[in-house]
Design a protein around this ligand. Structure first.
Ligand SMILES: [Zn+2]
Length: 424
């Protein structure tokens, strides 16, 4: 059997097994913990673009939509769209004569980095030299890379240096030493040169040379899929509520390291499924459209696409609830766009006060920080809700299922269910 066939069989086994695990307790309440855990497991590859992680997750969600009884209004629940994406599917080796750096712990590869295989002499520039020198005046040979220590900078200087480094990244290999938390991301674009962000603590002693073995692949047109399911109203209705959560995450950074994306946003996907099951059992006066968006982390691309190609007319959408980061809640929730929709915000707060559910409901103005954004721009009334709490793992390898408290998940579920039911 060739390796591709092996892979296909494995995927089928995983999907069947997952389905079994999700709904073996059919008739009981949706097991959101188990569901979140599954989405974070290695077989889902961090729900990114290496080893088809995002399509495995999309298939899994569509099968779950079907199993709980949501109706398809697009082909097989999917809405496909395309974009380019830079990926790191293979080698991810960074070492000196003294240290071997651990991916995701000691270093990150910048999302726009090229791949690279070779040994580099490190040419260290101070930040003041970096800010004063012109790009034309920097001369490096083929096996030299810039090393810049960003530790201890004020936030103003840091942003100036970062800006300059982003310009220089088009011309030179760069290694950045950082004393900040390592937070990864994903990019559509790729530069000509490698770029690494290395934790200052990674080196016992600052090296003069470094070995880099990094495989990189730019996918010119990757097909991702929004997953869309429909729950009809109790009686025939024209207006529809939209509930969304993105299911994609950052995927793999090299063969051995993946980003599980538990809080962001396996937890929100689980809340979406949970609400779907509840609303199918007790339909509302409005239809409800459930959307698990793809391509969020790369720039809200799934929700942008759907706002431009809506499966239902946008003017028929009464309200949108976008759910992202649902795994905490010790300190309550924040509601983005609350200032734009004071009536709905008052409704949410009054239910919470009456039922004594969450510790705090914090208002926040509009922000382009999740999938509600393009719908808000298109005139659809929307809230984006995220939980607050002590779990600060975000876009790192420790955003794992085990780190989730689900401290207020049931209370929040209760609040959202009542809010959806009461919305005028
Ligand atoms: Zn997110």
């Amino acid at each position: 059997m060739n390796s591709w066939l092996n892979y296909a069989v494995d995927m089928q086994t995983i999907l069947l097994l997952s389905l079994f695990l999700s709904f073996s307790s059919w008739g009981q309440e949706f097991n959101y913990r188990n569901y979140t855990d599954q989405l974070c497991s290695p077989g889902f590859q961090g729900r990114g673009y290496v080893n088809a992680g995002d399509s495995i997750a999309g298939e899994f969600i569509a099968q779950n939509f079907k199993a709980i009884g949501l109706l398809p209004i697009t082909e097989n629940y999917f809405q496909p769209f395309e974009f380019s994406v830079n990926t790191f599917p293979g080698d991810m080796l960074v070492y000196t004569d003294q240290d071997t750096l651990r991916p995701g712990i000691d270093f990150l590869v910048a999302p726009t980095s090229s791949g690279v295989h070779g040994k580099f002499l490190l040419i260290q520039f101070s930040c003041s030299k970096l800010l004063s020198i012109k790009q034309q005046d920097i001369r490096l040979t083929e096996n030299e890379a810039l090393l810049i220590d960003l530790s201890g900078l004020s936030s103003d200087t840091l942003s100036l240096v970062k800006k300059k480094l982003n310009e220089l990244a088009l011309f030179f290999p760069i290694l950045e030493l950082s004393d900040k938390k390592l937070t990864w991301s994903v990019s559509q674009d790729v530069n000509k040169y490698p770029y690494l962000i290395i934790s200052k603590e990674a080196f016992k002693k600052l090296p003069t040379e470094i070995h880099l073995d990094i495989d990189q692949k730019h996918l010119e047109s990757h097909v991702a899929k929004n997953v869309i399911g429909f729950c009809p109203a109790k009686r025939k209705a024209k207006k529809t509520l939209l509930i969304s959560a993105h299911y994609d995450h950052l995927g793999r950074m090299g063969r051995d390291t993946y980003f599980p994306g538990a809080n962001d946003n396996a937890s929100g996907t689980a809340m979406l499924l949970y609400l779907a099951e509840q609303l199918l059992a007790k339909p509302l006066k409005y239809n409800v459209l459930f959307v698990a968006f793809a391509g969020e982390e790369i720039g809200l691309l799934g929700s942008k696409y759907m706002s431009l190609h809506p499966p239902l007319p946008l003017e028929d959408l009464r309200f949108m609830l976008n759910l992202d980061i649902m795994g905490s809640g010790e300190d309550g929730i924040t509601v983005v766009n609350s200032t734009l929709f004071p009536k709905e915000f008052d409704l949410l707060k009054s239910i919470n006060a009456k039922k004594k559910l969450l510790k705090e409901i914090k208002p926040r103005g509009p922000a382009a920080n999740s999938d509600h954004w393009y719908f808000t721009q298109a005139g659809v009334p929307a809230f984006f809700i995220y939980t607050m709490g002590p779990n600060k793992h975000y876009h790192d390898i420790d955003d794992r299922y085990e780190a989730l408290s689900f401290a207020a998940f049931d209370e929040l579920n209760n609040l959202l269910f009542r809010f959806l039911k009461s919305i005028k």
